[in-house]
Design a protein around this ligand. Structure first.
Ligand code: ZN
Length: 329
């Protein structure tokens, strides 16, 4: 693990913080009229602005200069929002060229003093090429839905995290190397596999130590991936419902969606997906479900751009996840 340097805040974020400060002052002034201030809500428009800003960096495959820029931007952003940000660096060897590629997961902790935790994860790398593109499979892949959408959703959840009450702390984990894939046999989920092994080793050595128990443990996890399709349908994912310890996580989230009348969540299983939840569940033993819309017509094509994403879709998923987090016992 390494700690990352502090830099200047993003201008947009500064403006937003200023807006929050003004709103807070107004709310304090209104306290005599209103009994309690509303906790921060999830804005689809803001989440979409984050998605667009990430896409402006260009393609962001692992090890690229744009990925470095994105990482620096995210570190600044989450620190400004009050998160404790740690980088988890590792290296891999590219299968074909033999080149060593440096990768880094980002862990953002909220209420790090709480022992029991929930993990919310998303990958922040993009596929090197749009290899399913019928016109130019070696062209440019922006990854607005497959890459930026999960990151944007976590960015917009951040302002609400300091006010999460109860006994459960939340960690956002941004995984590198989810799809550093150049050929069909290249491995997926490099960042989440590394993270899961580190976590598993730590839990095991803590169990053997005199304390007998780790200082922190994840109760469960949720991966968000491809959650901005303007025609959003979130079906339950087959691995997630087949694992007995993970099924209750799925049921609780879809139950929140039903109560909130968020129609985009369909309470039936459909696709089986190899995503970052698989190493988290199989290696780290964290019951982790995948929230993903796999019926995206622009998947792995050069058309995976902000034009095919929407603020409404991000808001649907963001509101449900935020409510689910607030209901953690
Ligand atoms: Zn992908």
């Amino acid at each position: 693990m390494i700690r990352l340097p502090r830099k200047i805040l993003l201008l947009a974020w500064r403006k937003r913080l200023a807006g929050v400060a003004v709103a807070a002052l107004l709310l304090v002034g209104m306290e005599s009229i209103c009994p309690a201030a509303e906790p921060p809500s999830f804005s689809g428009q803001q989440a979409f602005a984050h998605l667009a800003a990430i896409c402006k960096l260009g393609p962001r495959p692992s090890g690229s200069p744009a990925m470095e820029k994105q990482r620096a931007m995210l570190v600044e952003y989450f620190r400004a929002a009050g998160g404790t940000v740690t980088g988890q660096a590792f290296q891999i060897r590219q299968r074909h060229s033999g080149a060593v590629v440096r990768m880094e997961n980002l862990i953002i902790e909220w209420h790090p003093e709480r022992r029991d935790r929930v993990l919310i994860g998303a990958h922040y790398d993009t596929r090197p090429f749009p290899d399913r593109d019928s016109v130019d499979p070696k062209g440019m892949f922006i990854g607005a839905n497959d890459g930026a959408s999960g990151v944007a959703l976590l960015m917009e959840l951040a302002p609400a995290m300091p006010a999460i009450k109860g006994e459960v702390g939340v960690d956002f984990v941004l995984f590198d190397g989810e799809e550093y894939v150049f050929a069909p046999r290249d491995p997926y989920c490099l960042g989440s596999t590394f993270f899961a092994r580190q976590y598993s080793d730590k839990q095991q050595s803590a169990a053997k130590s005199s304390a007998g128990r780790p200082s922190q443990r994840y109760r469960c996890g949720v991966i968000v991936d491809m959650v901005a399709d303007s025609n959003l349908e979130i079906w339950q994912e087959q691995h997630s419902v087949s694992w007995p310890d993970t099924l209750p996580v799925v049921e609780a989230i879809w139950d929140v969606a039903a109560r909130m009348k968020v129609q985009q969540f369909v309470a039936r299983p459909k696709h089986t997906i190899q995503d970052d939840h698989v190493p988290l569940r199989m290696i780290a033993r964290i019951p982790t479900c995948d929230i993903i819309d796999f019926d995206y017509p622009h998947w792995h094509t050069s058309d995976d751009t902000p034009a095919h994403c929407s603020a409404e879709s991000l808001e649907a998923v963001g509101r449900v996840l935020l409510q689910w987090l607030r209901e953690q016992p």
